[in-house]
Design a protein around this ligand. Sequence first.
Ligand code: ATP
Length: 241
Amino acid sequence: SELKPMLELNDVHTYYDHIHALKGVSMTVNEGEIVALIGGNGAGKTTSLRTISGMMKPRRGTMTYQGQNISGIPAHHTMQKGISHVPEGRRIFKDLSVRENLEVGAYTVTDRALIEKRVQEGFEFFPRLKEREAQLGGTMSGGEQQMLAIARALMVNPRLLLLDEPSMGLSPLFVEAIFDIIVKLNKERGTTVLLVEQNASMALGIAHRAYVLQTGEVKLSGNAADIANDESVRKAYLGEE
Ligand code: ATP
């Protein structure tokens, strides 16, 4: 099967004021892939997702999504183009119910019937959320809130899902559940996924390809299996001596 590039970054530089966080990042995400973005603290993983979704503006470089230039385009526009970002720390609305959280996620959708259809699809995908439809977001467990954050991001029916540390702070059972859902989304809906993870071994276990970032630069890239077998990666990120 032929790979079709969906997202391409070329020599992207992003700053926080004078801090040069991305120093010429180039990467490609092909249609239908799960791509893992791994690296140590401060490597630029979160900044990469923020730059792609339009939360941050790159100072240099180009980004194209489905052949269109998206550099410097604000987040609500990239969302309308099919890019949905689940930021770090599952920022759900704690005082809204599960259903209300989902409905808010569809704020760019105006058709009521379509919103309801997507809510029902979300419940099919996450039965645990259906059981808790009326429960307040803030009273859900960490893993349930992460499911809600992902379900909410799916309300716009994205073609490209950007996931920032979905396993953070979750018990092993929930980590596995979240990773199963990512694989299912990719297989059943064909959703393309760019996945940032501290848990490099699990991320590489489900990804097709991976990029290793170090201090704002791509240090290594390739098939996930090759990256997982790379000696420097094993030492630095997979906890091996
Ligand atoms: P982690 O795994 O620790 O979250 P990361 O790979 O996601 O790391 P980023 O959060 O993208 O890394 O950070 C990249 C660089 O940008 C770091 O040097 C960091 O200190 C800096 N940085 C991140 N957020 C800000 C901010 N809001 N203001 C200033 N500098 C920031």
